[in-house]
Design a protein around this ligand. Structure first.
Ligand code: FES
Length: 158
């Protein structure tokens, strides 16, 4: 994965051993692992618990509380569709249905390296329905516009 190193127990253990004192807490440790590897494998939970002298359950509790912490490798393209009120009023629910039909998977799942998820406001309310494709904000979205943006993001990764 571009931007992240491949998962390695040794590299993760080394990373955790060298955490600055102020960051020897569960959430910062999880964030460091995700920043380095792009996600937090189950093995990392054990490493963090051992390194910080906390229980595995405590680490899992934090990991599962924060939705931005990934327990699986990141997708090639992350498509986020806003379903907050302003975007709903201009058709985001229908857009989601159309995208689910176009990609053949429901929100939260992956097809061909594209993971689609719902978000609640992207700060682009005046230009709804809004979406974000791998960090690129889009407004006045329809299926075609989003599929074009996804195709461009896939080209960049290729
Ligand atoms: S409600 Fe969709 S961007 Fe704000």
């Amino acid at each position: 994965m571009p931007g992240h190193q491949a998962w390695s127990v040794e590299a993760a253990a080394s990373l955790l051993r060298t955490l600055p004192p102020a960051e020897r807490l569960i959430l910062p440790a999880l964030q460091h692992v995700q920043h380095a590897f792009g996600w937090i494998p189950d093995e990392a939970v054990d490493l963090i618990a051992a390194e910080l002298n906390v229980s595995r359950a405590e680490v899992v509790g934090v990991l599962t509380y924060y939705h931005d912490l990934r327990q699986s490798p990141p997708p090639d393209v992350h498509l986020q569709v806003c379903v907050a009120e302003a975007c709903q009023s201009v058709g985001s629910r229908q857009l989601v249905s159309d995208l689910e039909a176009a990609y053949g998977v429901p929100l939260g799942e992956r097809a061909d390296g594209v993971e689609m998820s719902a978000v609640y406001c992207l700060g682009n309310c005046a230009l709804g329905p809004a979406a974000m494709v791998s960090g690129r904000l889009l407004g006045r979205c329809d299926v075609e516009r989003i599929r074009d943006a996804v195709a461009r993001a896939q080209e960049v990764r290729a």
